[in-house]
Design a protein around this ligand. Structure first.
Ligand SMILES: Cc1cc2nc3c(=O)[nH]c(=O)nc-3n(C[C@H](O)[C@H](O)[C@H](O)COP(=O)(O)OP(=O)(O)OC[C@H]3O[C@@H](n4cnc5c(N)ncnc54)[C@H](O)[C@@H]3O)c2cc1C
Length: 374
């Protein structure tokens, strides 16, 4: 009989898990149903920067996971036959005003490059060179250019992966579901037993796992960014992502689209309201880099809910004492980077079973999943 696998959540983790469940050896023998209500999805709201290598985070497991995610992207995009409108290695520029800070950053980049092939080449750029690469800027600072840095359109990526999987073994159901204490999935048609359930519900993992008697260490964080329509330079499709010191990130996409953000609002909970003062603050940051901008350039705002754990590290894998249920959450502000690797690993585990050793990438799940108090 065909194995039945459910995925709850259609963000980057759920979509890549679905994609790999449709392409990995043995995937032809499974039927996959993905449930998603699309509410507050972090993936579609995200800025799309894939450039983890200069992070100051000391967590080595997180760094290995983020590096593996960045490494996976070119292959995933190639295999899924997605284009440069979805993902492109335009390069990323991280700026520093003070020359000694710039040197330190360059040294760090050179060191990290030794073990990160996807980083490509590393160069120091003068302010004029930064401006030549991103002519939108009026006020540039010197920076370090990483040629392998990339930008991804999270919504387009998810749509592309899910379309590929739907052509094979995936059915998508746009609805909110929950779990029973026995791990059945309760849909609008009633409770249903699956051989495996992947809970890829981002910030909502806590409420989904609660009926199992598990308290997940996950809290929501609100993130907002703005979309702007700017002059469409012929080179814009290839313009690097800018991570300017002291300002919001500046992410040019093709066809004159510019993304500026994002905020990290810890008291935002699951609130998806656009806050006009935040929009004004994001716009002011954009305008300091590009004074010609007016509010008429703003074409939209995006709000999403990130998932955080107490130590800011993601967790994923089979739930202890509930091996038929796998979970991933806590991907925080770098989930577009780590998500494809997490989704790929979960798909393999759901297909082949066993007790995976992912200690290279994360702490034991018991760190984040505790029995609920009676
Ligand atoms: C403004 C912003 C900017 C960001 N920028 C970047 C960036 O530049 N680079 C980067 O690497 N990362 C970035 N991130 C982080 C990244 O977007 C997230 O970490 C990542 O998308 C999380 O993916 P996920 O699949 O775990 O969760 P999500 O994308 O949130 O998906 C979870 C899905 O599960 C669904 N769901 C939940 N509960 C249920 C239920 N009971 N039934 C049905 N469906 C359910 C939700 O509706 C949602 O669609 C950003 C995030 C935000 C908010």
């Amino acid at each position: 009989m065909e194995k039945q696998i459910a995925i709850i959540g259609g963000g980057i983790v759920g979509a890549t898990a679905a994609y790999y469940l449709s392409t990995l050896p043995g995937g032809q023998q499974v039927k996959v149903t993905l449930f998603d209500d699309g509410l507050g999805q972090a993936t579609t709201a995200a800025a799309g920067i894939i450039s983890p290598w200069l992070s100051k985070r000391r967590n080595q497991q997180w760094y290995q996971l983020a590096k593996a995610g960045a490494d996976l992207y070119p292959q995933l995009i190639h295999d899924a036959q997605l284009g440069t409108d979805v993902y492109q290695q335009t390069g990323t520029i991280v700026t520093r005003e003070i020359p000694t800070d710039l040197e330190l950053l360059f040294d760090l980049a050179q060191e990290r490059r030794q073990t990160a092939v996807t980083m490509g080449s590393v160069t120091t750029l003068t302010a004029a060179e930064v401006q030549a690469k991103i002519p939108l800027l009026a006020n540039a600072q010197p920076g370090v250019f990483i040629s392998g840095g990339a930008r991804v359109d999270g919504a387009a990526l998810v749509a592309g992966l899910l379309a590929q999987a739907t052509a094979k073994n995936l059915t998508i159901r746009r609805e909110r579901v929950h779990l029973t204490a026995q791990g059945q999935v309760v849909t609008s048609l009633g409770a249903r037993q699956f051989d495996r359930v992947i809970v890829a519900a981002g910030a909502w993992a806590k409420e989904l796992l609660a009926p199992l008697g598990i308290t997940a260490d996950v809290r929501p964080q609100k993130g907002q960014l703005i979309e702007l329509a700017v002059k469409d330079y012929p080179i814009q499709e290839n313009m690097p992502v800018l991570m300017p010191e002291g300002e919001r990130d500046f992410v040019p996409f093709g066809h004159g689209k510019l993304i500026v953000g994002a905020t990290h609002e810890d008291d935002g909970k699951f609130n998806l309201q656009v806050d006009p003062t935040v929009t004004a603050d994001l716009f002011a940051s954009a305008q300091r880099l590009m004074p010609s901008l007016t509010t008429a350039n703003i074409t939209g705002t995006r709000v999403g809910t990130r998932a955080y754990t107490s130590d800011f590290a993601p967790f994923f894998g089979p739930v202890p004492d509930h091996e038929a249920i796998l979970v991933a959450s806590g991907l925080g502000s770098s989930g577009l980077t780590t998500g494809p690797q997490v989704g790929r690993l979960l798909a393999g585990s759901a297909l082949y079973g066993g007790t995976p050793d992912w200690s290279e990438y994360e702490k034991p799940l018991a760190t984040y999943l505790k029995p609920s108090a009676e």
